[in-house]
Design a protein around this ligand. Structure first.
Ligand code: SF4
Length: 276
């Protein structure tokens, strides 16, 4: 049995940076917390907690100390609220997300009707929406794009982890809405690279293992893309591997979402190799 790792997999630049910032600001007395889990990976969140980086869901839960903004970012109201409460703010928003947030704000300031292409409930998309002063429309499908009315000036930004091909399809539908369309393609290269490498590998193997949090949008998308080409399982850890999955399998491909730590990828890789 052959086990092949995707050319690009696991932690992206923004996640590595956010975790480094969180570790540098760890506080065993519980005075440093991230607002929401720092990344969508329960195992990593648990490890950071043991190192002194807790997580709170709301600023009200922090009477004092330092609040760390995670890579998904937040709206401008959170910075103002933290300031009002006298909390120190450490901003670990990924620079690519920051760019999408500021692009939405700039488009609104320049008089554009703004569309965010992305998943409505994803925290990053919510943060971009907040920076648009709650004025943007969020569109996830071509059908939703078709339902929008015409406008004089249309500005488009995108969730950083959205699929490039779906972005292009939705943009085609939005192009009919205005004569003045400004497209800011705010998809980050880490997403493009991981998706392309995963699909390339999925075409060459009998089975793909996609590792990452079940609550991670980018991992779930990798699993959906791989499933178009071969038998695919989305797992969080090596403990989920089942003997029967490996029957008659000659080649296994492994990929992992941008929020999946190296140690989990290594465990899965080792366990698969031990069967070879
Ligand atoms: S996937 Fe891209 S945008 Fe998101 S945190 Fe990673 S580098 Fe930043």
């Amino acid at each position: 049995m052959e086990v092949i790792l995707a050319e690009y997999l696991g932690f992206c630049y923004g996640v590595k940076r956010a975790i480094k910032i969180a570790r540098e600001n760890a506080s065993p007395d519980g005075k440093s917390c991230t607002l929401g889990p720092i990344i969508h990976n329960p195992q990593m969140v648990e490890r950071l907690k043991r190192e002194g980086v807790g997580a709170v869901d709301r600023l009200e839960e922090m009477p004092e100390g330092t609040i760390i903004i995670r890579s998904h970012g937040v709206g401008p109201n959170i910075y103002a609220e933290a300031d009002k409460r006298g909390l120190d703010v450490i901003d670990a928003t990924c620079p690519h997300v920051k760019k999408a947030q500021l692009s939405a704000k700039e488009l609104v300031d320049d008089g554009y009707s703004v569309v965010i292409i992305g998943e409505k409930k994803h925290p990053e998309v919510r943060s971009i929406f907040e920076w648009s002063d709650h004025k943007a429309e969020i569109v996830e499908t071509e059908e939703e794009a078709d339902m929008l009315g015409p406008c004089a000036k249309l500005g488009i930004v995108c969730q950083t982890t959205f699929s490039s091909s779906r972005f292009r399809q939705i943009v085609m539908h939005l192009m009919e809405k205005s004569r003045d369309v400004r497209i800011l393609r705010t998809i980050c290269t880490a997403t493009d690279q991981r998706q392309a490498a995963a699909m390339d590998l999925a075409k060459r193997v009998d089975m793909m293992l996609v590792i990452g949090g079940k609550n991670s949008a980018n991992t779930t998308r990798l699993a959906q893309l791989c499933a178009n080409h071969c038998l695919t399982y989305h797992i969080e850890t090596a403990a989920e591997l089942r003997d029967e999955w490996f029957d008659k399998i000659k080649k296994i491909g492994i990929t992992a979402g941008a929020s999946t730590p190296d140690w989990i990828i290594k465990e899965v890789y080792k366990k698969c190799q031990n069967r070879a």
